[in-house]
Design a protein around this ligand. Structure first.
Ligand code: PEP
Ligand code: MG
Length: 571
C-alpha cells in the first residue's frame, strides 16, 4: 500500500527507483557450541574471502571517486583481513573452545581492538582499532548472511535511504546509480544537501521517518522540488510523477539555451551569476551550466579528501587547475573552513560542546598560522595563472581580518622577494556572522569585496543549527531581519565602491533572487545546476520594480509576508 510523507526539499528533480537502505543491519548472534571444527573454520575462511572481495570493490570506487589517498584506508582493511595471525587466532579459538565462528571472530577482534585502543598516545594504533572494528562488522555480516550496505557496492539504479549522510558519504556516491537521496535527518543547507545539489541528485532530507517507513527494494518516489515522498506508489501516481520528472527535464533543456548568455535583467542591468565548487572535479558542471565565475571554492574539501594536511604544492596544483580552467573568469577561493560539520580524519580537533560556535575556519587559521601560511602561498602562486580572489571565512571582528591580511601581506612580500610570479588578488571576507554584517561600513574601507554566506548567517542570526531538521522552520531567508542585515552590507559596500557577492544557498533561491536584485547585490553564486534557472528568472524581471519590492520586503514583518510580496511582484 502506498505511503506518503514529507521532508525538506533539498535538491531539485524527481527520482523514482528502488530503495537502497544505507543503515547498519542487526549483527547480533548467540554463542553456540559446535562439533564440526573444520566446517566452522571453513566458514571463517569463506567470510574473510567474501569480506575482502567487498573491500576490493569499495577501495576501487574510492580511488576513482576520491583519489588514491582516500583509498588507502581500505588497503589497511585488506591487510587486516589477510593477516594470518588474526585468522589463526580465530580458528584456534574455534578448535579450543568449540564455539561458533561468530563468537570466535568477536572475541579475537575485541581482544585486538582493546589492545590497540589502550595505546592512547599512539594515533596510528588507534586508527588500526577503528579499522578492525569496521572489518569485523563486514566479516560478521557474511557469517550471518545479512548485507552490510556501502554506497560503493551499489550497482543498480536506486534511491538511497539513510538516517543521515556525511559530506564524505556523499562524496562517494555514484550519480550513475544513485538517482535520489532520502534521509531522516538534515537541513537544506547541511553540506550533504549542498553536495547533492552539486551532483544534481534529487534529494529530500529531514523526513524523520524515512528509514522506518521505507523497506529495502520497494519503489520510492522522491520529489526534490516539493519534499514529497511516496513509497510503493500505485500505477496512477507513478505515471503522474514520471510526467513530472519529464517536465522538469524539459524545463532544464529550455534553460540550457541560456548557457552562453549574460545574466541581464529585463531593463538591461547586468549581474554576475557564479557557481560554487568543492573541488576541481566540480568544474565541468560549472562550465556546462554557463557560470560566469566561481563565487565560492570551498577549499576545506581538499583537506578532507586527503589523509594528510595537503602540502603547498598539492594545493597549488588544485588552485592552478581551477583558475586556469576558468580562463580569466573570477575564482573566489575561501581559505579552509574546517570545524562545524567538517572534520579531518588525520587531525582531531578538540571535543567541543558547540562546534558551530567554536574553533573553526579563520579561528583555526589564525591559531595554526603555519597551516594558513602554506595555503596562502599556494594561492598566491596560483594567482599568476588566472583571476583569483581570496576570502576569509567566519570573520567576526576587524582584528581578525587585519591579522589575516597581515599574514597574507607578509607571504606576498616574501614570494615577491623570491621573484615568484603572482597576479593581482582581490581580498575579501565572508559575511556569516551578524557582528560582521553590522560593522560592514568599517570593513568596507579595508577590503575589496564581501561574500555573504547566508547558510551560516541565517543560522547564527536565528540561533538555529543549519543541520537540525527540528529547527529547520527557523531557516527563514526572507525574514526581514535577514534582509536588513544583507541590505546593510550591500549599502555599506557600495558607499565605498566595493563589490558584494552572495555564495550561500539563498543566492540561487527563486523567491530570494528578485529581492536581492532589488537590493543591488552584484554577484549571485550557487550550486551549478541552479545557474541557468536564475539567469532565466533575471531576464524576466525589471530592476526598478524589484527595488520597490525590496523596499516593501525590508519593511515587512515576517518571512511569509515577504514570500507573498514576491509572488505578487513576480507573477
Ligand atoms: C555559507 O555559510 O553560506 C557558506 C557559503 O559557507 P558554507 O555553506 O560552506 O558554510
Ligand atoms: Mg559558512
Amino acid at each position: 500500500m502506498a505511503k506518503n510523507f514529507k521532508g525538506i526539499a533539498a535538491s531539485n528533480g524527481v527520482a523514482i527507483a528502488k530503495a537502497y537502505l544505507l543503515v547498519d543491519p542487526d549483527l547480533s548472534f548467540s554463542k553456540t557450541t559446535i562439533t564440526d571444527v573444520t566446517a566452522e573454520q571453513a566458514r571463517v575462511d569463506d567470510a574473510l574471502k567474501a569480506a575482502s572481495a567487498d573491500v576490493e570493490i569499495i577501495k576501487a570506487k574510492a580511488a576513482k571517486n576520491l583519489g588514491a589517498d582516500e583509498a588507502q584506508v581500505f588497503e589497511a582493511h585488506l591487510m587486516v583481513l589477510a593477516d594470518p595471525e588474526m585468522s589463526g587466532a580465530i580458528k584456534q579459538k574455534i578448535a579450543d573452545d568449540k564455539v561458533n565462528a561468530e563468537q570466535a571472530v568477536k572475541e579475537v577482534t575485541d581482544m585486538y581492538i582493546g589492545m590497540f585502543e589502550a595505546m592512547t598516545d599512539n594515533a596510528y594504533m588507534q586508527e588500526r582499532a577503528a579499522d578492525i572494528r569496521d572489518v569485523t562488522k563486514r566479516i560478521l555480516s557474511h557469517l550471518l548472511d545479512v548485507s552490510l550496505p556501502n554506497p560503493a557496492l551499489i550497482d543498480e539504479e536506486v534511491v538511497l535511504v539513510s538516517k543521515d549522510l556525511t559530506p564524505s558519504d556523499t562524496a562517494q556516491l555514484d550519480r550513475q546509480f544513485v538517482k535520489g537521496i532520502l534521509t531522516d535527518l538534515g537541513g537544506r543547507t547541511a553540506h550533504a544537501s549542498i553536495m547533492a545539489r552539486t551532483l544534481e541528485i534529487p534529494a529530500v532530507v529531514g523526513a524523520e521517518v524515512a528509514t522506518q517507513e521505507v523497506a529495502a527494494g520497494v519503489t520510492v518516489i522522491v520529489d526534490g522540488l516539493t519534499g514529497d515522498v511516496i513509497v510503493d506508489p500505485d500505477a496512477a501516481t507513478l505515471a503522474t510523477y514520471q510526467q513530472k520528472a519529464a517536465d522538469y527535464q524539459a524545463q532544464r533543456a529550455e534553460w540550457a539555451l541560456l548557457k552562453d548568455q549574460q545574466s541581464t535583467s529585463a531593463d538591461g542591468k547586468t549581474f554576475v551569476v557564479g557557481a560554487n565548487i568543492g573541488s576541481p572535479k566540480d568544474l565541468p558542471a560549472v562550465l556546462d551550466n554557463g557560470a560566469e565565475g566561481v563565487g565560492l571554492y570551498r577549499t576545506e574539501f581538499l583537506y578532507m579528501e586527503s589523509d594528510h594536511l595537503p602540502t603547498e604544492d598539492e594545493q597549488f596544483e588544485a588552485y592552478k587547475a581551477v583558475v586556469e580552467k576558468m580562463a580569466g573568469k573570477p575564482v573566489t577561493v575561501r581559505t579552509m573552513d574546517i570545524g562545524g560539520d567538517k572534520h579531518l580524519s588525520y587531525w582531531k580537533l578538540p571535543e567541543e560542546e558547540n562546534p558551530f560556535l567554536g574553533y573553526r575556519a579563520i579561528r583555526i587559521s589564525l591559531d595554526q598560522t603555519e597551516i594558513f601560511r602554506t595555503q596562502l602561498r599556494a594561492l598566491l602562486r596560483a594567482s599568476a595563472f588566472g583571476n583569483l580572489w581570496i576570502m576569509f571565512p567566519m570573520i567576526a571582528t576587524l582584528a581578525e581580518f587585519r591579522a589575516a591580511k597581515q599574514i597574507y601581506t607578509e607571504e606576498r612580500e616574501k614570494l615577491a622577494a623570491a621573484g615568484v610570479a603572482m597576479g593581482d588578488v582581490k581580498l575579501g571576507i565572508m559575511i556569516e556572522i551578524p557582528a560582521a554584517a553590522m560593522l560592514a561600513d568599517k570593513f568596507a574601507k579595508e577590503l575589496d569585496f564581501f561574500s555573504i554566506g547566508t547558510n551560516d548567517l541565517i543560522g547564527y542570526t536565528m540561533a538555529a543549527d543549519r543541520g537540525n531538521d527540528k529547527v529547520a522552520y527557523l531557516y527563514q531567508p526572507y525574514n526581514p531581519s535577514i534582509l536588513r542585515l544583507i541590505n546593510n552590507v550591500i549599502t555599506a559596500a557600495h558607499k565605498e565602491g566595493k563589490f558584494v557577492a552572495m555564495c550561500g544557498e539563498m543566492a540561487g533561491d527563486p523567491v530570494a533572487v528578485p529581492v536581492l536584485m532589488g537590493l543591488g547585490l552584484d554577484e549571485f553564486s550557487m550550486s551549478a545546476p541552479s545557474v541557468l534557472q536564475t539567469r532565466s528568472l533575471m531576464k524576466k524581471l525589471n530592476t526598478a520594480d524589484m527595488k520597490v519590492l525590496a523596499e516593501k520586503a525590508l519593511d515587512a514583518e515576517t518571512n511569509d509576508e515577504v514570500i507573498a510580496l514576491v509572488e505578487a511582484a513576480v507573477k
